[in-house]
Design a protein around this ligand. Structure first.
Ligand code: SF4
Length: 201
């Protein structure tokens, strides 16, 4: 069965009709203009990662080091693959008593879709690595580097992600009738608005 990229959870939470349009009907999103500020912010976040790449440990070694030595160890750009979800986690911080799964997002808001994506990373990470420590999901502002939201990952979040994955599969396989948002503002900002036949004008 096709694995679902964690970023689709974000799109799904925004409007499930996006999933149907893009992955069921093959609609192409309009490219978003990338500002100089966002390019610079991304580059500044990538630099320390590149500089420290030689020192990177495996996830297992990082977990063992954090617990064994009582220190925080971080890894950036960690690919994860769970039973249903795949993705690349922007940063994981392994601490002696917990593991912080961080997703970088533009702006300073933890939108429901961003939170759902972060829970999706937690699900995939837990399934792949079976950590002994509790997970926390966090969202960090891409431009500022400040954490804007963090919450412990629970069984309820796992179930929420599983329900979303089930519905996404139904939508892309044509087994469910997609429902568009009734929120005009979402439609105005939607990258698939030009292809959408149910958008709110
Ligand atoms: S235009 Fe509106 S209804 Fe259509 S996919 Fe986008 S958000 Fe959903």
């Amino acid at each position: 069965m096709k694995k679902i990229p964690a970023s689709w959870l974000n799109d799904f939470a925004y409007c499930e009709y996006q999933i149907y349009l893009e992955h069921g009907r093959g609609a192409k999103p309009e490219p978003k203009p990338e500002t100089e500020e966002s390019k610079a912010a991304q580059a500044s976040l990538e630099e320390p990662y590149k500089a420290g790449a030689k020192l990177e440990l495996s996830v297992e070694d990082a977990m063992a080091k954090a617990c064994g030595e009582g220190i925080a160890v971080s890894a950036r750009g960690v690919e994860v693959e769970g039973v249903d979800i795949v993705g690349c986690i922007d940063e994981i911080v392994f601490m002696p008593d917990r593991i912080l799964v961080i997703d970088d997002k533009p702006g300073d808001m933890a939108w429901p879709g961003s939170r759902m994506q972060a829970w999706g990373y937690c699900v995939a990470f837990e399934e792949q690595y079976d950590p002994r420590l509790p997970l926390m999901a966090a969202i960090r502002g891409r431009e500022t580097g400040y954490e804007v939201w963090a919450q412990p990952f629970t069984e309820g979040h796992r179930e929420e992600v599983q329900r979303a994955v089930f519905r996404i599969r139904q939508l892309i396989d044509g087994e469910a009738i997609p429902v568009g948002t009734r929120n005009r503002r979402k439609c105005q900002a939607c990258r698939l608005a030009a292809s959408c036949d149910v958008k709110v004008a």
